[in-house]
Design a protein. Sequence first.
Length: 407
Amino acid sequence: MRKKINMKNFVQKFNRCFKKTFSKNLYRFSHFKVVFGDLFHISNKIYNTSEHLKAVMKWLCFAQDVTKSGGVSVGYSFSKGWLPAYPETTGYIISTFFNYANYSSNLEYRKRAIQMCDWESRNQLSNGAVMSGGCEEKSQEKGKQPAVFNTGQVILGWCRGYRETKDKLYLNCAKEAGDWLVEIQDEDGTWRKGLSPIPNSPSVHTYHARVSWPLIELSIITGEEKYKEAARRNLDWVISQQNRKGWFINNSFHNNRDPITHAICYTIEGILEAGILLDEEKYKRAAIFSAKNLLDCFEKDRKLYASYNGDWKSKDNYTCLTGNAQASLIWLRIFEITKDPRFLNAALRMNAFLKTTQNLYSKNPGIRGGIKGSHPIYGGYCPLFYINWAAKFFADTLLLEEKITQK
């Protein structure tokens, strides 16, 4: 005897199956469109700056929502989908959300920034450090490795959270993290302990200048000189690694590879922001010298390649979009200091290019409004991947462009 079909259940199952299959194919098609567009140099349409800024902030909101924790996802991978929350970059995304809340007068972004601060506090290690890698949510501390660079970036977020809310939880977290950094720092100002477990990585890093900047922020808030002294030791070592052409030794993520613009700009930005906070000419001068040489490369080739050697030459045929956004942000900051229009013009041209790489209308929320690791997307840095730190720096440079151009 045949079993009678329950049509209601059948229709529901069919709809679920259809939606799942359609969704998979839709996403695969959206991936194909991006790869195809980059392969044949098809650019996205440019809209006004506020539209691009709004779109990238919505992408970051979605990246936060998918984790269901308060932290921001590493990003959207064509092969793995959305990845877990990332403590390092969530740390410096906090300031971006506070800044956008002020720009847009939308308090939702302030609320989200506070959620990030809380999430970082829940995941702080017992020694005060911040872990390396991605993080679902704190469960067991065993096996989680502390990371110097990540800790510095989260200190930035906690300091901003404290300035905005006066919640002493964030200040205490920042102080514990700062104490750990001071404790493990070597006499020459470097950090050889607590390095992220990157294969074939140098033992010292000049891009740790972006750890010194947060320590100075912490020193200003707390009035404790030990943080500033540790930052100065590191910054003095960093500028000693600068060659006659403004390029920094020990600045690559991997041995025997030229540093990518992402790392180069980490170093420049750390020295520049530290120099501004300390009003120290030697730091500002070193940062501007390096940024000017990067600007020369951009003007000569009408683009920045992904990496550069000590003579500012590159073997690459693709560009690192994170480094591009950081370079633009640095040039705008230097324009604010020097009023040299060359830096402003370069930044506006770079931002115009970055806008052409941003898709504002894809049906795939992993793509819509986000920024790729590489352009073309199959380039060597984070291939086939939309990453949260590229989105963060793109938002930062657009926010600063809006501030400067509206003046």
